[in-house]
Design a protein around this ligand. Structure first.
Ligand code: KIV
Ligand code: NA
Length: 264
């Protein structure tokens, strides 16, 4: 794959072409995901749950995120590598600069932070210093204790309006991408239309500019009941590589997600 840049992703949005995002945490899977034509590899702090067996993402450290980011960049074949800033690593602008620098030096091309308009200052400071950001809105798992569980966000009119305002504010602050998790499809569509930057969705319906899933979820490896937005792409595939290609193709063709993977 040709090297994917932010320009590639904006051009996709402009042309109305969907792009695919998938998590990976190591060199081998990063290689496979990249070879499958997935534009963005997310080194998610979901690794706390997927790799470490924690029951939330809160225990994940900066050191662990930098380690897995470095592993992923060694296997990557041209996808954009996005790395999560973990819980409380971006509580102040000073901390944010220092920790984002660590992830960029580990090989990330962009960092992701969870939150709303309060992130505007850090987003601007990072952007001015050459660090692109993706802001994660909706269900923000690092705030699970405040949210009272892993629940769909933006269901009432006030919180929906707030989400649209936050998205616009963060775009103005210099964010390069947005990610919406567990948001009603109609609201996700409104947010996607309200900003010019590409919007990635998970459990956010089919109208966002891109889709993301956790790798182990879409390979059917995660124990227990899967969230509604997950599709097991191994079910109809005869190899991991085939499942990864099926996912990338389904996202680009718009055949994933379906209504059964979305919230109304
Ligand atoms: O950590 C992660 O994998 C994520 C995705 C679920 C969006 O943030
Ligand atoms: Na994450």
């Amino acid at each position: 794959m040709n090297k994917v840049t932010l320009h590639t992703l904006s051009a996709c949005k402009k042309a109305g072409e969907k792009f695919a995002v998938l998590t990976a945490y190591d060199a081998c899977f990063a290689h496979a995901v990249s070879e499958a034509g997935v534009e963005v590899i997310l080194v998610g702090d979901s690794l706390g749950m997927v790799l470490q067996g924690q029951d939330s993402t809160l225990p994940v450290t900066m050191e662990e995120m930098a380690y897995h980011t470095a592993c992923v960049t060694r296997g990557n074949q041209g996808s954009m590598v996005m790395a999560d800033l973990p819980f409380m690593s971006y509580a102040t602008p000073e901390q944010t600069m220092e920790n984002a620098a660590q992830l960029m030096q580990a090989g990330a091309h962009i960092v992701k932070l969870e939150g709303g308009a309060w992130l505007a200052e850090s987003v601007t400071l990072l952007s001015e210093r050459g660090v692109p950001t993706c802001v994660h809105l909706g269900l923000t798992p690092q705030a699970v204790n405040k949210l009272g569980g892993y629940k769909v966000q933006g269901r009432d009119r006030d919180s929906a309006k707030q989400m649209i305002e936050d998205a616009v504010r963060l775009e103005q602050a210099g964010a390069s991408l947005l990610l919406l998790e567990c948001v009603p499809s109609l609201l996700a569509e409104e947010v996607t239309q309200a900003v010019d930057i590409p919007v990635i969705g998970i459990g956010a319906g089919a109208q966002t500019d891109a889709q993301v899933l956790v790798l182990h979820d879409m390979l059917g490896l995660t124990p227990g009941r899967s969230p509604k937005f997950v599709k097991n792409f191994m079910a109809d595939a005869s190899s991991v590589q085939e499942a990864l290609v099926a996912y990338a193709t389904a996202v680009k063709e718009g055949s994933f997600p379906q209504a059964e993977h979305s919230f109304e």
